[in-house]
Design a protein around this ligand. Structure first.
Ligand code: AVJ
Ligand code: FE
Length: 422
Protein backbone atom coordinates (compact mmCIF):
# COMPACT_ATOMS: atom_id res chain seq x y z
CA UNK A 1 0.00 0.00 0.00
CA UNK A 2 1.34 3.43 -0.90
CA UNK A 3 2.25 5.91 1.82
CA UNK A 4 -0.57 8.14 0.72
CA UNK A 5 -3.13 5.37 1.08
CA UNK A 6 -1.79 4.46 4.50
CA UNK A 7 -1.98 8.10 5.54
CA UNK A 8 -5.58 8.42 4.35
CA UNK A 9 -6.57 5.22 6.14
CA UNK A 10 -4.98 6.45 9.33
CA UNK A 11 -6.74 9.82 9.15
CA UNK A 12 -10.09 8.27 8.27
CA UNK A 13 -9.80 6.10 11.35
CA UNK A 14 -8.67 8.86 13.68
CA UNK A 15 -11.53 11.11 12.64
CA UNK A 16 -14.03 8.27 12.94
CA UNK A 17 -12.92 7.47 16.49
CA UNK A 18 -13.75 11.02 17.47
CA UNK A 19 -17.12 10.82 15.72
CA UNK A 20 -18.05 7.65 17.59
CA UNK A 21 -16.87 9.19 20.86
CA UNK A 22 -19.18 12.13 20.16
CA UNK A 23 -22.00 9.72 19.39
CA UNK A 24 -21.70 8.23 22.88
CA UNK A 25 -22.43 11.66 24.30
CA UNK A 26 -25.72 12.16 22.49
CA UNK A 27 -28.72 11.38 24.72
CA UNK A 28 -30.94 8.76 23.07
CA UNK A 29 -34.07 10.88 23.38
CA UNK A 30 -32.51 13.63 21.27
CA UNK A 31 -31.21 11.48 18.39
CA UNK A 32 -34.19 12.14 16.13
CA UNK A 33 -35.40 15.41 17.58
CA UNK A 34 -35.05 18.78 15.87
CA UNK A 35 -33.85 21.15 18.59
CA UNK A 36 -33.54 24.23 16.36
CA UNK A 37 -35.12 25.30 13.07
CA UNK A 38 -31.70 25.74 11.47
CA UNK A 39 -30.60 22.16 12.20
CA UNK A 40 -31.39 18.59 11.22
CA UNK A 41 -31.77 16.16 14.15
CA UNK A 42 -28.38 15.44 15.72
CA UNK A 43 -28.56 11.72 14.81
CA UNK A 44 -28.85 12.62 11.14
CA UNK A 45 -25.36 14.16 11.11
CA UNK A 46 -23.79 10.80 11.98
CA UNK A 47 -25.40 8.96 9.09
CA UNK A 48 -24.73 11.94 6.82
CA UNK A 49 -20.95 11.64 7.24
CA UNK A 50 -21.16 7.96 6.23
CA UNK A 51 -23.40 8.74 3.29
CA UNK A 52 -21.20 11.57 2.06
CA UNK A 53 -17.95 9.61 2.08
CA UNK A 54 -19.54 6.64 0.34
CA UNK A 55 -21.28 8.86 -2.20
CA UNK A 56 -18.14 10.68 -3.38
CA UNK A 57 -16.01 7.56 -3.47
CA UNK A 58 -18.68 5.69 -5.45
CA UNK A 59 -19.12 8.70 -7.72
CA UNK A 60 -15.37 8.73 -8.38
CA UNK A 61 -15.38 5.02 -9.20
CA UNK A 62 -18.78 5.03 -10.95
CA UNK A 63 -20.25 2.45 -8.61
CA UNK A 64 -23.67 2.30 -6.96
CA UNK A 65 -23.82 2.97 -3.23
CA UNK A 66 -24.70 0.28 -0.69
CA UNK A 67 -28.17 1.48 0.34
CA UNK A 68 -30.11 3.83 -1.95
CA UNK A 69 -32.82 4.53 0.62
CA UNK A 70 -30.44 5.57 3.40
CA UNK A 71 -28.21 7.39 0.94
CA UNK A 72 -31.20 9.58 0.09
CA UNK A 73 -32.34 10.01 3.71
CA UNK A 74 -28.87 11.18 4.73
CA UNK A 75 -28.39 13.52 1.77
CA UNK A 76 -28.37 17.26 2.34
CA UNK A 77 -30.66 17.97 -0.63
CA UNK A 78 -33.73 20.20 -1.00
CA UNK A 79 -35.98 17.21 -1.77
CA UNK A 80 -34.99 15.73 1.59
CA UNK A 81 -36.24 18.51 3.93
CA UNK A 82 -35.00 18.64 7.53
CA UNK A 83 -38.42 17.55 8.82
CA UNK A 84 -38.01 14.31 6.87
CA UNK A 85 -34.64 13.66 8.49
CA UNK A 86 -36.26 12.58 11.76
CA UNK A 87 -37.09 9.25 10.07
CA UNK A 88 -33.61 7.88 10.59
CA UNK A 89 -32.45 4.54 12.05
CA UNK A 90 -31.88 4.19 15.79
CA UNK A 91 -28.44 4.21 17.41
CA UNK A 92 -27.53 0.62 16.43
CA UNK A 93 -28.82 1.14 12.89
CA UNK A 94 -26.78 4.32 12.55
CA UNK A 95 -23.59 2.61 13.70
CA UNK A 96 -24.27 -0.27 11.30
CA UNK A 97 -24.69 2.20 8.42
CA UNK A 98 -21.44 3.95 9.36
CA UNK A 99 -19.63 0.59 9.34
CA UNK A 100 -21.17 -0.49 6.06
CA UNK A 101 -20.30 2.72 4.22
CA UNK A 102 -16.81 2.79 5.72
CA UNK A 103 -16.18 -0.75 4.42
CA UNK A 104 -17.06 0.38 0.90
CA UNK A 105 -14.83 3.44 1.24
CA UNK A 106 -11.80 1.48 2.47
CA UNK A 107 -12.15 -1.32 -0.10
CA UNK A 108 -12.38 1.31 -2.81
CA UNK A 109 -9.23 2.97 -1.48
CA UNK A 110 -7.33 -0.33 -1.60
CA UNK A 111 -8.22 -0.86 -5.24
CA UNK A 112 -7.96 2.72 -6.51
CA UNK A 113 -5.18 4.17 -8.64
CA UNK A 114 -4.42 7.53 -7.03
CA UNK A 115 -1.77 8.34 -9.59
CA UNK A 116 -4.24 9.57 -12.18
CA UNK A 117 -5.54 12.77 -13.78
CA UNK A 118 -9.10 12.07 -12.62
CA UNK A 119 -9.71 14.95 -10.18
CA UNK A 120 -11.87 12.85 -7.81
CA UNK A 121 -9.19 10.20 -7.45
CA UNK A 122 -5.88 12.00 -7.96
CA UNK A 123 -3.87 11.83 -4.76
CA UNK A 124 -6.97 10.50 -2.97
CA UNK A 125 -9.16 13.59 -3.23
CA UNK A 126 -12.45 11.73 -2.58
CA UNK A 127 -11.09 10.26 0.67
CA UNK A 128 -9.52 13.53 1.75
CA UNK A 129 -12.87 15.24 1.15
CA UNK A 130 -14.51 12.61 3.37
CA UNK A 131 -12.07 13.33 6.20
CA UNK A 132 -12.50 17.08 6.09
CA UNK A 133 -16.26 16.85 5.68
CA UNK A 134 -16.55 14.60 8.73
CA UNK A 135 -14.51 17.09 10.77
CA UNK A 136 -16.91 19.87 9.83
CA UNK A 137 -19.88 17.85 10.98
CA UNK A 138 -18.15 17.04 14.28
CA UNK A 139 -18.21 20.74 14.94
CA UNK A 140 -21.91 20.94 14.09
CA UNK A 141 -22.54 17.99 16.42
CA UNK A 142 -20.70 19.81 19.24
CA UNK A 143 -22.90 22.88 18.62
CA UNK A 144 -25.94 20.67 18.84
CA UNK A 145 -24.81 19.21 22.18
CA UNK A 146 -24.91 22.79 23.47
CA UNK A 147 -28.33 23.38 21.92
CA UNK A 148 -29.56 20.23 23.67
CA UNK A 149 -28.19 21.54 26.99
CA UNK A 150 -30.13 24.77 26.40
CA UNK A 151 -33.31 22.72 26.59
CA UNK A 152 -32.38 21.00 29.85
CA UNK A 153 -32.59 22.44 33.40
CA UNK A 154 -29.20 23.80 34.52
CA UNK A 155 -27.67 24.14 38.01
CA UNK A 156 -26.83 27.57 39.50
CA UNK A 157 -23.11 27.94 38.81
CA UNK A 158 -22.56 31.59 37.83
CA UNK A 159 -19.66 33.43 39.44
CA UNK A 160 -19.77 37.24 39.04
CA UNK A 161 -17.00 38.91 37.00
CA UNK A 162 -16.14 42.49 36.13
CA UNK A 163 -16.09 43.96 32.62
CA UNK A 164 -12.57 44.33 31.22
CA UNK A 165 -11.10 47.07 29.00
CA UNK A 166 -10.19 46.38 25.36
CA UNK A 167 -6.78 44.88 24.69
CA UNK A 168 -3.65 45.70 22.75
CA UNK A 169 -3.67 46.45 19.01
CA UNK A 170 -0.70 45.22 16.96
CA UNK A 171 0.45 47.40 14.02
CA UNK A 172 0.73 45.50 10.73
CA UNK A 173 2.72 46.93 7.84
CA UNK A 174 1.31 47.17 4.32
CA UNK A 175 2.27 44.32 2.04
CA UNK A 176 1.36 42.04 -0.82
CA UNK A 177 0.76 38.34 -0.29
CA UNK A 178 -0.69 35.36 -2.06
CA UNK A 179 -4.21 34.76 -0.77
CA UNK A 180 -5.65 31.25 -1.04
CA UNK A 181 -3.82 28.14 -2.15
CA UNK A 182 -3.46 25.65 -4.97
CA UNK A 183 -2.79 22.62 -2.75
CA UNK A 184 -4.89 19.89 -4.34
CA UNK A 185 -6.70 18.56 -1.30
CA UNK A 186 -8.02 21.91 -0.06
CA UNK A 187 -11.63 22.95 -0.62
CA UNK A 188 -12.68 24.57 -3.88
CA UNK A 189 -13.40 27.90 -2.15
CA UNK A 190 -9.74 28.30 -1.04
CA UNK A 191 -8.54 28.29 -4.66
CA UNK A 192 -7.09 29.85 -6.78
CA UNK A 193 -4.12 31.58 -5.18
CA UNK A 194 -4.05 35.27 -6.13
CA UNK A 195 -1.98 38.26 -5.10
CA UNK A 196 -3.62 40.75 -2.75
CA UNK A 197 -2.23 44.02 -1.44
CA UNK A 198 -3.09 44.98 2.11
CA UNK A 199 -2.90 48.58 3.42
CA UNK A 200 -1.40 49.17 6.88
CA UNK A 201 -3.79 48.36 9.72
CA UNK A 202 -3.92 47.24 13.34
CA UNK A 203 -5.19 43.89 14.53
CA UNK A 204 -5.92 42.95 18.16
CA UNK A 205 -3.35 40.65 19.72
CA UNK A 206 -6.16 38.60 21.26
CA UNK A 207 -9.68 37.57 20.50
CA UNK A 208 -12.42 39.57 22.28
CA UNK A 209 -12.94 38.07 25.74
CA UNK A 210 -16.08 37.36 27.74
CA UNK A 211 -15.24 40.20 30.18
CA UNK A 212 -14.82 42.65 27.27
CA UNK A 213 -18.16 41.51 25.93
CA UNK A 214 -19.62 42.14 29.39
CA UNK A 215 -18.30 45.71 29.05
CA UNK A 216 -20.31 46.15 25.86
CA UNK A 217 -23.39 44.82 27.67
CA UNK A 218 -22.82 47.04 30.71
CA UNK A 219 -22.65 50.13 28.48
CA UNK A 220 -25.99 49.33 26.88
CA UNK A 221 -24.58 47.59 23.81
CA UNK A 222 -27.79 45.69 23.21
CA UNK A 223 -30.01 48.75 23.79
CA UNK A 224 -28.27 51.53 21.86
CA UNK A 225 -29.75 51.72 18.37
CA UNK A 226 -26.82 53.79 17.04
CA UNK A 227 -24.39 50.89 17.56
CA UNK A 228 -26.29 48.62 15.16
CA UNK A 229 -26.78 48.45 11.43
CA UNK A 230 -30.44 48.69 10.29
CA UNK A 231 -30.58 44.99 9.53
CA UNK A 232 -28.73 44.15 12.73
CA UNK A 233 -31.14 46.15 14.88
CA UNK A 234 -34.08 44.50 13.18
CA UNK A 235 -32.56 41.10 14.00
CA UNK A 236 -31.82 42.11 17.60
CA UNK A 237 -35.41 43.22 18.17
CA UNK A 238 -36.94 40.12 16.58
CA UNK A 239 -34.55 37.81 18.45
CA UNK A 240 -34.73 39.70 21.75
CA UNK A 241 -30.96 39.19 22.07
CA UNK A 242 -29.44 40.56 25.30
CA UNK A 243 -26.32 38.36 25.58
CA UNK A 244 -24.48 35.69 23.52
CA UNK A 245 -26.42 32.57 22.56
CA UNK A 246 -25.12 30.27 25.30
CA UNK A 247 -24.95 32.80 28.14
CA UNK A 248 -27.47 31.97 30.82
CA UNK A 249 -28.69 34.58 33.34
CA UNK A 250 -28.53 33.24 36.89
CA UNK A 251 -28.87 34.78 40.36
CA UNK A 252 -25.16 35.59 40.68
CA UNK A 253 -24.47 36.61 37.08
CA UNK A 254 -23.99 34.89 33.75
CA UNK A 255 -23.11 31.23 33.25
CA UNK A 256 -22.08 29.55 30.00
CA UNK A 257 -23.99 26.55 28.64
CA UNK A 258 -21.24 24.18 27.49
CA UNK A 259 -21.82 20.83 25.74
CA UNK A 260 -22.05 19.02 29.08
CA UNK A 261 -24.02 21.65 30.98
CA UNK A 262 -23.70 25.11 32.54
CA UNK A 263 -20.34 26.25 33.96
CA UNK A 264 -19.01 29.56 35.26
CA UNK A 265 -17.61 31.99 32.66
CA UNK A 266 -13.89 32.68 32.85
CA UNK A 267 -13.51 36.44 32.31
CA UNK A 268 -10.60 35.94 29.89
CA UNK A 269 -12.10 33.16 27.80
CA UNK A 270 -12.81 34.07 24.20
CA UNK A 271 -16.33 35.41 23.80
CA UNK A 272 -18.29 32.82 21.86
CA UNK A 273 -21.55 32.40 20.04
CA UNK A 274 -22.36 35.86 18.78
CA UNK A 275 -23.91 36.66 15.40
CA UNK A 276 -22.20 38.77 12.77
CA UNK A 277 -24.67 41.55 13.63
CA UNK A 278 -23.57 41.47 17.28
CA UNK A 279 -19.89 41.38 16.33
CA UNK A 280 -20.46 44.39 14.06
CA UNK A 281 -22.23 46.30 16.87
CA UNK A 282 -19.45 45.46 19.34
CA UNK A 283 -16.81 46.75 16.93
CA UNK A 284 -18.75 50.02 16.49
CA UNK A 285 -19.04 50.38 20.27
CA UNK A 286 -15.29 49.82 20.55
CA UNK A 287 -14.63 52.50 17.89
CA UNK A 288 -13.02 49.83 15.72
CA UNK A 289 -14.11 47.37 13.01
CA UNK A 290 -13.90 43.73 11.95
CA UNK A 291 -10.90 42.79 9.78
CA UNK A 292 -11.42 41.92 6.14
CA UNK A 293 -10.81 38.35 5.14
CA UNK A 294 -7.66 39.39 3.26
CA UNK A 295 -6.29 41.28 6.28
CA UNK A 296 -6.99 38.27 8.46
CA UNK A 297 -5.21 35.76 6.20
CA UNK A 298 -2.30 38.13 5.68
CA UNK A 299 -1.85 38.62 9.42
CA UNK A 300 -2.20 34.89 10.11
CA UNK A 301 0.12 33.57 7.43
CA UNK A 302 2.41 36.17 5.87
CA UNK A 303 6.09 35.59 6.58
CA UNK A 304 8.25 38.29 4.96
CA UNK A 305 10.93 36.87 2.67
CA UNK A 306 9.53 33.32 2.63
CA UNK A 307 6.43 31.48 1.44
CA UNK A 308 3.31 32.09 3.49
CA UNK A 309 2.71 29.85 6.48
CA UNK A 310 0.28 26.96 6.50
CA UNK A 311 -0.43 27.55 10.19
CA UNK A 312 0.04 30.72 12.24
CA UNK A 313 3.09 29.13 13.89
CA UNK A 314 4.61 27.84 10.66
CA UNK A 315 4.28 24.18 9.83
CA UNK A 316 3.45 20.93 11.63
CA UNK A 317 0.60 20.56 14.12
CA UNK A 318 0.83 20.04 17.82
CA UNK A 319 -1.66 20.05 20.64
CA UNK A 320 0.26 22.89 22.31
CA UNK A 321 -0.24 25.20 19.36
CA UNK A 322 -3.99 25.74 19.46
CA UNK A 323 -7.15 25.13 21.41
CA UNK A 324 -8.80 22.75 18.94
CA UNK A 325 -10.06 19.24 18.18
CA UNK A 326 -12.52 19.04 21.11
CA UNK A 327 -9.77 18.71 23.69
CA UNK A 328 -11.20 21.38 25.95
CA UNK A 329 -14.93 21.40 25.18
CA UNK A 330 -14.98 25.20 25.52
CA UNK A 331 -13.11 28.31 24.46
CA UNK A 332 -10.10 28.92 26.68
CA UNK A 333 -8.65 32.14 28.12
CA UNK A 334 -7.12 34.01 25.18
CA UNK A 335 -3.39 33.48 24.70
CA UNK A 336 -3.40 30.05 26.39
CA UNK A 337 -1.29 28.55 23.56
CA UNK A 338 1.68 30.91 23.08
CA UNK A 339 3.54 28.25 21.04
CA UNK A 340 0.95 28.89 18.34
CA UNK A 341 1.45 32.66 18.10
CA UNK A 342 2.20 34.29 14.74
CA UNK A 343 5.52 36.02 13.99
CA UNK A 344 3.98 39.26 15.28
CA UNK A 345 2.68 37.63 18.44
CA UNK A 346 -0.99 37.40 17.51
CA UNK A 347 -2.56 34.67 19.63
CA UNK A 348 -5.20 32.06 18.80
CA UNK A 349 -5.22 32.72 15.05
CA UNK A 350 -5.97 28.99 14.88
CA UNK A 351 -8.58 27.51 17.20
CA UNK A 352 -10.41 28.75 20.31
CA UNK A 353 -13.29 30.53 18.48
CA UNK A 354 -13.95 31.32 14.83
CA UNK A 355 -13.48 35.00 14.05
CA UNK A 356 -16.06 36.93 12.05
CA UNK A 357 -14.63 39.06 9.25
CA UNK A 358 -16.27 41.97 7.42
CA UNK A 359 -16.05 40.06 4.12
CA UNK A 360 -18.89 38.32 2.38
CA UNK A 361 -18.32 34.74 1.19
CA UNK A 362 -17.56 35.19 -2.52
CA UNK A 363 -15.46 33.26 -5.04
CA UNK A 364 -11.78 34.04 -5.52
CA UNK A 365 -10.70 34.87 -9.09
CA UNK A 366 -10.52 31.62 -11.08
CA UNK A 367 -12.82 29.71 -8.70
CA UNK A 368 -14.27 26.44 -10.01
CA UNK A 369 -16.85 24.49 -8.02
CA UNK A 370 -15.64 21.01 -6.98
CA UNK A 371 -16.76 18.34 -6.25
CA UNK A 372 -20.29 19.83 -6.36
CA UNK A 373 -22.00 23.22 -6.58
CA UNK A 374 -23.77 22.67 -3.27
CA UNK A 375 -20.54 22.63 -1.28
CA UNK A 376 -19.47 26.27 -1.84
CA UNK A 377 -20.81 27.76 -5.05
CA UNK A 378 -24.49 27.77 -4.12
CA UNK A 379 -23.59 29.75 -0.99
CA UNK A 380 -21.55 32.40 -2.80
CA UNK A 381 -24.42 34.79 -3.35
CA UNK A 382 -23.26 37.39 -0.86
CA UNK A 383 -25.64 36.36 1.92
CA UNK A 384 -22.95 34.84 4.14
CA UNK A 385 -20.02 36.36 5.98
CA UNK A 386 -16.68 34.62 6.23
CA UNK A 387 -15.23 33.48 9.53
CA UNK A 388 -11.67 32.35 9.95
CA UNK A 389 -9.30 30.45 12.15
CA UNK A 390 -11.28 27.51 13.55
CA UNK A 391 -12.57 26.86 17.05
CA UNK A 392 -11.99 24.55 20.02
CA UNK A 393 -14.09 22.03 18.11
CA UNK A 394 -12.14 22.23 14.82
CA UNK A 395 -9.97 19.17 14.14
CA UNK A 396 -6.50 19.28 12.55
CA UNK A 397 -7.50 18.28 9.01
CA UNK A 398 -9.41 21.56 8.61
CA UNK A 399 -7.39 23.85 10.88
CA UNK A 400 -5.35 26.05 8.53
CA UNK A 401 -4.82 29.69 7.59
CA UNK A 402 -6.57 29.48 4.20
CA UNK A 403 -9.72 27.70 5.44
CA UNK A 404 -12.93 29.70 4.87
CA UNK A 405 -16.04 29.11 6.93
CA UNK A 406 -19.26 31.04 6.29
CA UNK A 407 -22.58 31.75 7.92
CA UNK A 408 -25.53 34.10 7.52
CA UNK A 409 -25.20 37.21 9.75
CA UNK A 410 -27.98 36.06 12.09
CA UNK A 411 -26.26 32.77 12.90
CA UNK A 412 -24.80 32.47 16.39
CA UNK A 413 -25.20 28.86 17.44
CA UNK A 414 -21.63 28.06 16.42
CA UNK A 415 -18.37 28.83 18.22
CA UNK A 416 -18.18 32.29 16.75
CA UNK A 417 -16.27 35.20 18.23
CA UNK A 418 -14.29 38.11 16.92
CA UNK A 419 -11.01 40.00 16.87
CA UNK A 420 -10.96 43.77 16.42
CA UNK A 421 -9.16 45.67 13.68
CA UNK A 422 -8.62 49.36 12.96
C1 AVJ B 1 -19.51 25.76 5.91
C2 AVJ B 1 -20.20 25.06 8.07
C3 AVJ B 1 -21.68 26.29 6.65
O1 AVJ B 1 -22.26 22.94 7.92
O2 AVJ B 1 -23.48 23.62 6.28
C4 AVJ B 1 -20.98 20.47 5.77
C5 AVJ B 1 -20.14 22.89 5.98
N1 AVJ B 1 -20.94 21.60 3.95
N2 AVJ B 1 -21.43 19.68 4.78
C6 AVJ B 1 -22.39 23.47 6.80
C7 AVJ B 1 -20.68 21.68 5.26
C8 AVJ B 1 -21.41 20.36 3.66
C9 AVJ B 1 -21.17 23.99 6.07
N3 AVJ B 1 -20.63 25.26 6.67
FE1 FE C 1 -22.34 17.80 5.00
Amino acid sequence: MSDRKAQLRQQLQEVRERTLWLFEQVPDEFLRRRVHSFYSPIGWHFGHVGRTEEYWVCEALKRPCSDERLSFLYADLPDNPKDNRVNIPDRAGTVAYLEQTRRVVLEALDGADLDTEDPYLADGYAWEFAIQHECQHQETIAEMLQLIQKQLPQPEVAVPFEPAPLGEMVPILAGAFCMGSDVRHLYDNEKEPHEVTVAPFHLARHQVTAAQWAGFMAEGGYERRELWSDEGWHWREAEGAVAPEYWLRQTDGWAYIAPHGARPIHPDEACSSVSWFEADAFARWAGKRLPTEAEWEYAASAAPGTAKREFPWGSGTSSDHACHALRHWSPRPVGSHPAGDTLLGLSDMAGNVWEWTSSRFLPYPGFQAFPYDGYSKDHMKGEHFVCRGGSWATASPILRCTFRNWYVPTYRQGFLGLRLAE
